[in-house]
Design a binder for this molecule. Structure first.
Ligand code: NAX
Length: 335
């Protein structure tokens, strides 16, 4: 194996990190590539990563390359191909003597982290680096990071694959179909309870004429079960588990990497939030969940030829309005 890929993971000592990092080097996510890992944590917990590195060594993963851990993001960022930005400060934590409950406080504190990381990525990351923001509020963190990076050849994404996987799982049960048979599952908007999981554009069994709307034909179920269940699933997991989604979030991050690394099948697309460019009449300059496709040259583009019903447009507007509000709350970090 000659090809190498360098991957930076922040929040590496957190619960998503523990599930995510081993699977970056198991040969499945990056096929036939040696994976060099840069694991980044805040200074207070960085030493814990020594234990994780010991476990990685003890696991004999076939694609493991060099593994470093540190709290120095700039050094870690040098020549990296991928950035999985998982680290952030969760709601409820006491930060500088204040309990962080408000979304506006969360936006400001995490925005500060993404400002610094964005600058380093723009300056030191590879020119074609791909960045996946997992840490919440993911869309607006990605907007701040992308703006600070000021490097348009890099691709900034916020993760909506978990929402897309959740939606596929629920639809597959409703349609009595294998998950593998459901494609083109798009999450529009913000990774928040306002997101819009687009059941109308799904393909079932790859048949392009058999779209979700015809297949489901049950608006009561859409409005009262499907949409709220997908939108509130993160909270439901917290209520049931006493901790936020971790293994499913890690799987979704890996799914996003795999979706970007391999050309998308004709007619399909995958979900992530990227900077809007005016397509589908979305307001420009927000990081919004969109349908994406990976091309054989490694680039990723917005799929532009889908149609949206009036119902979908109304729902998506609620979410893009929220993204515009979030952007206003962090204006000072976007200069
Ligand atoms: P944890 O609290 O277990 O881990 C987060 C880790 O990030 C901690 O170890 C912390 O020390 C580290 N960290 C904080 N600031 C950092 C910085 N500046 N540089 C490097 N590391 C830093 O959280 P976990 O459960 O792993 O979740 C991580 C993030 O993912 C949270 O923001 C969470 O809200 C978000 N999620 C996003 C999802 C999505 O679909 N986009 C779903 C799952 C998850 O809720």
């Amino acid at each position: 194996m000659e090809d190498r890929v360098k991957v930076v993971v922040t929040g590496a000592a957190g619960q998503i990190g523990y599930s995510l990092i081993p699977r970056l080097i198991d040969g499945h996510t990056f096929k036939n590539k040696i994976v060099d890992l840069e694991l980044v944590e805040i200074p207070q917990v960085v030493d814990k990563l020594k234990g994780l590195v010991m476990e990685l060594e003890d696991s004999n993963f076939p694609n493991m390359g060099d593994v470093n851990f540190s709290s120095d993001f700039e050094t870690a960022a040098k020549n990296a191909d991928w950035f999985l930005l998982v680290g952030s400060i969760p709601r409820g934590i006491v930060h500088n003597g204040k309990k962080i409950e408000e979304r506006s406080d969360l936006l400001q504190i995490n925005g500060g982290i993404f400002l610094e990381q964005g600058k380093a990525i723009g300056q030191y990351g590879k020119s074609n680096a791909k960045i996946l923001v997992v840490g919440n509020p993911a869309n607006t963190n990605a907007l701040i990071g992308r703006n600070a990076a000021n490097n348009n050849s890099q691709l900034w994404m916020a993760m909506t694959m978990l929402d897309s996987n959740r939606a596929k799982s629920i639809l597959s049960k409703k349609l009595n179909s294998d998950i593998a048979n459901i494609s083109r599952m798009i999450i529009w908007g913000n990774h928040s309870p306002t997101m819009y999981p687009d059941y109308e554009n799904i393909l079932v069994n790859g048949a392009s004429t058999f779209i979700g709307q015809d297949a489901i034909n049950d608006m009561d179920w859409i409005n009262n079960e499907f949409l709220p269940t997908v939108q509130q699933r993160g909270k439901a997991v917290i209520d049931a588990r006493g901790a936020s989604s971790a293994t499913s979030a890690a799987k979704a991050a890996l799914d996003t990497v795999i979706a970007c690394e391999n050309p998308t099948a004709l007619g399909d697309c995958f979900s992530a939030a990227v900077i809007t460019d005016g397509s589908y009449d979305m307001p420009e300059g927000i990081i919004c969940g969109m349908p994406l496709m990976a091309l054989s040259d490694g680039s990723v583009e917005i799929v532009k030829d889908l149609s949206l019903s009036d119902f979908a447009e109304k729902k998506i507007k609620i979410s893009t309005d929220e993204l515009i509000e979030e952007r206003s709350a962090v204006q000072d970090l976007l200069k």
